[in-house]
Design a protein. Sequence first.
Length: 68
Amino acid sequence: MKYFLSILILLSVQFSGYSQDVEMADAFREDGKIYVVIAVILVILIGLFTFLFRMDSKISKLENRLKK
């Protein structure tokens, strides 16, 4: 029952989002700043994934040292 209720709530939130106009996004598109926003988000995501990859490799090296 909880599963069904949560799906129903998520669907209602999703459909309510379609009916709203996003004025800020339209303004960013008109000014050409949307590309700056996308570039910043991509830089943050690439940095986050790089950090996680490096952290995983360091943890793997430490685990291999402990096994020996």
